[in-house]
Ligand binder design. Sequence first.
Ligand SMILES: O=C(O)CCC(=O)C(=O)O
Length: 305
Amino acid sequence: MIERLTNRFKRRAMAKRNYIYYAWRYIANAVPTYHAVRSRTVHRDLADTNRELREHGIVTGTTDRFLTEAGRVALGEASRTILQTSESDRVRAVVEGAAASTASKKDFLVNLVKYDKGVPPDDPLLKVALDQRLLEIVASYFGLWPTLHAMASWLNYPTDEPPAVSQLWHRDPEDLQIIKVFIYLSDVGEESGPFSYIPRTHSFGAEVERARQCEASKRLSNEDMSRVFDASSWKVCTGAAGTMIVADTIGYHRGGKPTSGVRILVTFTYTSATPMMARKLRVAGTPGWATAPIQRFAIREITGG
Ligand SMILES: O=C(O)CCC(=O)C(=O)O
């Protein structure tokens, strides 16, 4: 029922809170909304971050802005393994064109983590995705406790092909509101294919009406986009390794198309409890360390052997 309603807003931003939004938040997501309203937040220094995210649809910074100390330690552990994998023969062969990409439809990236048997419960990347500070930021943005929908690590490499799929400007389809987090594990300059975003084109953002001019096509080139939003208004997220981006990807964005070198990152997707696209994520066991209710909620129904 709720999917029938929310589907009308798939890949669209809402200008105002309408009855579909209220049904999504207060009826379909009554439980996570109740939790967000009733629970005490642990981190009390997030007002500026939450305000920036609400207003612009995107907030960037170093990891200490978004993660607890424990989350940063886990990120260090995860990135050591991921960076090692990025130098393996398998990955080099793909980057050098001697083997096919590991990502369906995206022959410009390699998946650096594989969770064929589910995410191990003690996986350091899971600890980052369930970091309590990060979850509280997402909960404040949604107004409900988030669900962890997906996690991945990518290496993007240059190709001779024109920009395709996520390399073109688009809105994401997973839910009425979505938060994607990107953490760069390599330095990302203009040539490395930085994540780019058009601020205020997320739901309730000040540019939603103007962005309607883009909605006739699912994906837009830079040229098409610059007719509506001048390139000077694009937020191009270059940054050193350790740069973190938190964005509502209903807002217009496009992904990395490196022209030289590679871009390595980890990414998490958060939705409500009633996404329009089913989550494929599984956790192969119960993470005993995830003791906070907001953490357990984010992975409810997907844990176990
Ligand atoms: O590769 C990126 O920077 C962003 C990818 C993207 O567009 C997405 O995950 O929706």
